[in-house]
Design a protein around this ligand. Structure first.
Ligand SMILES: NC(=O)c1ccc[n+]([C@@H]2O[C@H](COP(=O)([O-])OP(=O)(O)OC[C@H]3O[C@@H](n4cnc5c(N)ncnc54)[C@H](OP(=O)(O)O)[C@@H]3O)[C@@H](O)[C@H]2O)c1
Length: 214
C-alpha cells in the first residue's frame, strides 16, 4: 500500500511510519519540519501543513495514496477552540475525493463523542474543566466530518490513555467502551500497530473501536 500520513512527526505518528516501512509499504508524510523525521527508503517527506489544502494536494500529487492515516494532535493557539482537526479533516476529505482515495484511519481518543459517558468520573471532570475538553471537541468535529462523508471509508480509532513502552496485545473495549475498566491505557506502539492493521483490513470500516492494552 501507499499511505499518506498527517501527524507523522508526532510520537504515535512516527511509530506508525516505522511499522508501515517495516512492512514494506511506502509512505508520504506531510510535515511542518522535515528535519523532525529520519528519511529512509520508502518514505517521501513533504514540507507543509494539512491546514493548507494545497500542501495536501502537493503530497497526493507525488503518489496517490491507497489509504490516509491521521495522527495529529489538536493545535494550540492559532485556531479557535476545537476547530483545528475539524478544519484539517475537511481539507483531507476534499483532496481524497479529488484523487478518489477512499479510506482513512483517524486517531481520535476514548472519551470523544458517544464514548464520553463511559469515562470514569475523574476523566469526565477533566474533560469539563481542563484543556482536554477543547481537544475532545476538536476530535468530535473531525469524527462528525468523517461520518458525514458517503464516498469515504473511515476507521476512527479511540485509544485509551497513551503511555510509552513496547507494542503489546490490544484489547477491543467496544465501540464506546462497553467493557469496564477504571483507567485503561495503551502504549503508543500498540496504537500504531492497530492503526497499520486497520489501514490494511476491512474489519473496522465505519467503526470507532476503543482500544487498550490487554
Ligand atoms: N495523551 C493521551 O493519553 C491520548 C489518549 C488518546 C488519544 N490521544 C490523541 O492521540 C493523538 C496523537 O497523540 P500523540 O501524543 O502521538 O501526538 P503528538 O506527539 O503531540 O504529535 C502531534 C502531531 O500533530 C502535529 N501538529 C500539532 N499542531 C499542529 C499544527 N498547528 N499544524 C500542523 N501539525 C500540527 C505535530 O506536528 P509538529 O511535529 O510539526 O509539531 C505532530 O506531528 C492526539 O490527537 C491525542 O488527542 C491522546
Amino acid at each position: 500500500m501507499h499511505i499518506f500520513i498527517a501527524g507523522g512527526s508526532g510520537q504515535t505518528g512516527s511509530l506508525v511510519i516505522d511499522d508501515l516501512l517495516g512492512q514494506n509499504h511506502t509512505v508520504t508524510a506531510l510535515v511542518r519540519n522535515t528535519a523532525a523525521i529520519r528519511n529512509r527508503i520508502g518514505l517521501d517527506l513533504v514540507q507543509g501543513t494539512p491546514v493548507h489544502k494545497a500542501d495536501i494536494q502537493k503530497s497526493f500529487s507525488h503518489q496517490k495514496p491507497d489509504v490516509v492515516i491521521v495522527t495529529l494532535a489538536s493545535a494550540k493557539g492559532t485556531f479557535e477552540k476545537g476547530s483545528f482537526l475539524t478544519h484539517v479533516i475537511c481539507n483531507i476529505v476534499s483532496v481524497m475525493e479529488e484523487y478518489s482515495t477512499d479510506k482513512i484511519v483517524y486517531m481520535s481518543a476514548f472519551g470523544v463523542g458517544d464514548s464520553y459517558p463511559e469515562l470514569n468520573f475523574l476523566m469526565r471532570a477533566a474533560v469539563c474543566i481542563t484543556p482536554l475538553g477543547g481537544k475532545f471537541l476538536d476530535h468530535e468535529g473531525a469524527e462528525q466530518v468523517l461520518k458525514a462523508t458517503d464516498r469515504i471509508n473511515f476507521v476512527v480509532v479511540r485509544p485509551a490513555m497513551l503511555t510509552t513502552g513496547d507494542k503489546g496485545k490490544v484489547k477491543f473495549l467496544g465501540l464506546r467502551r462497553e467493557k469496564w475498566e477504571f483507567m485503561p491505557s495503551i502504549t503508543r506502539a500498540s496504537v500504531a500497530g492497530f492503526i497499520v492493521e486497520a489501514a490494511g483490513s476491512q474489519e473496522w470500516i465505519g467503526k470507532t473501536p476503543v482500544i487498550s492494552n490487554a
